[in-house]
Design a binder for this molecule. Structure first.
Ligand SMILES: O=P(O)(O)OC[C@H]1O[C@H](OP(=O)(O)OP(=O)(O)O)[C@H](O)[C@@H]1O
Ligand SMILES: Oc1ncnc2cn[nH]c12
Ligand SMILES: [Mg+2]
Length: 175
């Protein structure tokens, strides 16, 4: 896949600074507690790895795979759990870690599903938020960057599984 026609939206350095900020905030908010971070695969694997290394309270991590975009730039609206958690979240302080909230359909599904499993608390940290495209009322507790209505790639985010390895966040243009 060619990598030209990519316009940088958020630089690697800006992401690094924001991740430090979010990690510090979460560490302060959960002081004296421990958290279970849920990495929503695939997209948030990069953000989760960086964020957790900035969290100073005891933490465990679990992985959950959902998919709704596939090889498209539009959500199918049909959320599928491809891989469920390996442990109970009952009584745990859960932080769902997402790379992006776009229509909100994925997070809406996850919040509904996970809240039935009786966590002590359930919060969301997302690196990117695209409010203009929301289809359901969904807000994260921790947001890195609010971005315009553009399809973005990089730092874990893909288009047809490519570009996840890019260091920053870029706008994918069709031309
Ligand atoms: O708010 P929404 O419109 O639901 O979009 C956000 C979701 O879509 C992307 O995942 P995707 O389904 O592309 O799977 P991936 O993480 O494996 O790329 C992204 O990682 C979020 O999980
Ligand atoms: O802008 C975006 N880039 C990559 N994946 C997704 C999913 N929702 N929105 C996206
Ligand atoms: Mg994707």
């Amino acid at each position: 896949m060619e990598q030209e026609n990519l316009k940088e939206l958020i630089s690697k350095k800006e992401i690094q600074n924001k991740v430090k900020e979010l990690g510090k905030q979460i560490s302060e908010d959960y002081k004296g507690e421990e958290i279970l971070a849920i990495c929503v695969l695939k997209g948030s694997f990069v953000f989760t790895a960086d964020l957790l290394r900035e969290v100073t309270v005891p933490s465990t991590v679990e992985f959950l795979a959902v998919s709704s975009y596939g090889a498209s730039t539009e959500s199918s609206g049909i959320i599928r759990i491809l891989k469920d958690l390996d442990c109970s979240i009952e009584g745990k302080h859960v932080v769902i870690v997402e790379d992006i909230i776009d229509t909100g359909l994925t997070l809406n599904y996850l919040m509904k599903t996970l809240s039935t499993r009786k966590p002590a608390s359930l919060k969301v940290c997302t690196l990117l938020d695209k409010p203009e495209r929301r289809e359901v009322d969904m807000k994260a507790d921790y947001v890195g960057f609010e971005i315009p209505d553009e399809f973005v790639i990089g730092y874990g985010l893909d288009f047809a599984e490519y570009y996840r390895n890019l260091p920053g966040v870029y706008i994918k243009s069709d031309e």
